[in-house]
Design a protein around this ligand. Sequence first.
Ligand code: B16
Ligand code: MG
Length: 215
Amino acid sequence: GKKAIIFDLDGVITDTAEYHYLAWKQLADDLGLPFDRNSNERLKGISRMESLELILEAGNKELGHDEKERLAHKKNEHYKELIQQITPDDLLPGIVSFLTELSEAGFKIGMASASKNAQEVVRRLEVTSFFHVIVDAASVKKGKPDPEIFLTAAQLLEVEPNACIGVEDAQAGVQAIKSANMFAIGVGEARHLSEADWLVTSTEELSLKALSEHI
Ligand code: B16
Ligand code: MG
């Protein structure tokens, strides 16, 4: 049976996408580049530098390495300011009860997030104690859809990948889970997450009982 479950952060545990949006929007405005909530959708699950490159590309702007580093840093400083507002009220619906059920049932619980700010966000949400391990972009070489981040979490949890479940809202994330040979729960729409083994439209639908009917 399944022994471990590994959660994505943004879009699964909480919705940090809005804060990423506000921080990127200010940067894009400063640079005179087009950016809206629709463009922000493409940045979900994508690393900070890849996100910046997509924004520059959409505005036909080419910059050198150092300038890109400076802008990515600037965006992150603004993002760090914004996430100071995060409280446990920002947990997505049903998440605390699902984490509680999983931990009572003896599941090992991990996190695999592309965000280098994952630890800080989890701390502000006051759910750190649920997680046996938090793997973020800083400790892996390849981003999602590469399976590395999920495989690293499984290794640290000391559970074989085929006994692990991954939970993701991004297409690249579900691909990473499937390439890692894990059971994939997708949170979102079928048109993006068709590869998921179990698809829910909201985190509210997540429960141990519902899970047991799918695994
Ligand atoms: P940072 P996840 C991802 O988080 C976000 O979805 C993505 O929009 C963001 O660019 C990425 O983290 C990097 O975040 O700039 O804080 O390192 O969904 O993998 O939890
Ligand atoms: Mg996500």
